[in-house]
Ligand binder design. Sequence first.
Ligand SMILES: [Zn+2]
Length: 481
Amino acid sequence: MKLINNSTAYKKTITALIIIQLSLFSTLFGAPHKNDRILRKPKLILVIVVDQMRVDYLDRFRDLMCDTGFRFLMEKGTRCTNCRYEYTPTNTAPGHSFILSGIYPGISGIISNEWYSTVRRREVYCVEDSSVFSIGIDPWEAAGRMSPKNFSGTTVGDQLKTISPDSKVIGIAINDRGAILPAGKHADGAFWFDPQSGKWISSNYYFKHLPSWVSAYNDRHLPESYLNKQWIKLLPDSDYVRQGIDDAPGEGTIAGETTRVFPHLAADLNDPNIIRTSVFRRFDALLPTTFGDDLTRQFAEEAISGECLGQCGVTDVLTISFSSLDYCGHIFGPDSYEIEDMIIRLDRQLAGLFSFVDSTIGVKNTVIVLTADHGVCSLPEKSIAGMAGRINGKDVLVDIKVRIGQKFDYNEGSDNLLLAFSNDYVYLDYDGIKEHGFNIDSFEVAVGEAGLKEPYASRYYTRTQIEQSMASGGSTDSILC
Ligand SMILES: [Zn+2]
């Protein structure tokens, strides 16, 4: 049972896949050689995912960008516009699993960041894997017990390795899913940041021990140098006015902060003086700031050197997901000073990364792809149409249970036929519905109609409708997976 609310529909509408592929020659990073136009194998395929980056950011902030970051790709590469993800929900895990596999969530199994398992009767995280252990921290720590086990399919990197076994495929991101899913099932390594320890970690899905270059990097404790550091705006105040005001309604705060305006502080959350409203890990305040992207870029460059990517005679794949924009967007929304500064600073960070790639591998030997895993809608408080709001999934489930309880003769409190509300899906206990002698179709429709009474719900699809549409090749199958 899938409920579509207005915000979901809007998010899908504005979500656009940005793909900028750099041709195999460059005029910006050195003069092109006459043979550069000849098609030849790249030394490195560099896939950059900017988490939650809306396509319009490229034009909204274009005048503030430098020549060698986003604009280098836009002006020297191929820009594919009007691309869309034909599924819902468009969030991080489905996006990252789709980008290099082309496999829809309904087939890959990565239908969301987490979903309710009717078998396990609990929420499942997209890359959780209790059969593996953490590498780089205590093996039993949950942060590293991740793998692509739940993903069914292959990626570009997986396919590359079947014809070029010596090629390396590496995935990097602050968050685990952003590192693991694009790299695929046969990656040589995926690395993500543990906000508790401040280390880049992995799991024994990939290897028994961290590569020595990762351990050496962790031993430098660079993330600690960002703790208690101020994040200030890069540009003059006048350049941010296009985003409205800094202290805008609906914006949240970074962990450890009490205000929602610049300058921000990436607080050390181990500091006992920090006023806590929730449980945080020591480095959590870095995640929604530009410092998270700094760490990602630094680590990616270490990986290029440490793994000899693009420098050993074969084509390698490096996927980098910049996760901090997503963390920031969830707090401040797309029309904030913070998002503008994140993009402008990421522009400079990309320029630095491209310069590093040019000096080590040669940009002309590198295929660079830049895209986003999904977009984001404006904060409801900033909705121009005034038809948006915030809903609480727990409230939705309670409301639907009450309405169903009035329509069907059973005790929902003890019988629990409505198992969960997750990612706009209402999960039903089909065995229980049958045992009670209720008609499945009627029960599904009743739940859907009950859901429509919720604010902002516009339509629903039942499991039966989705299955029938998929079986008949209908349009629903490419959207609802
Ligand atoms: Zn995302």
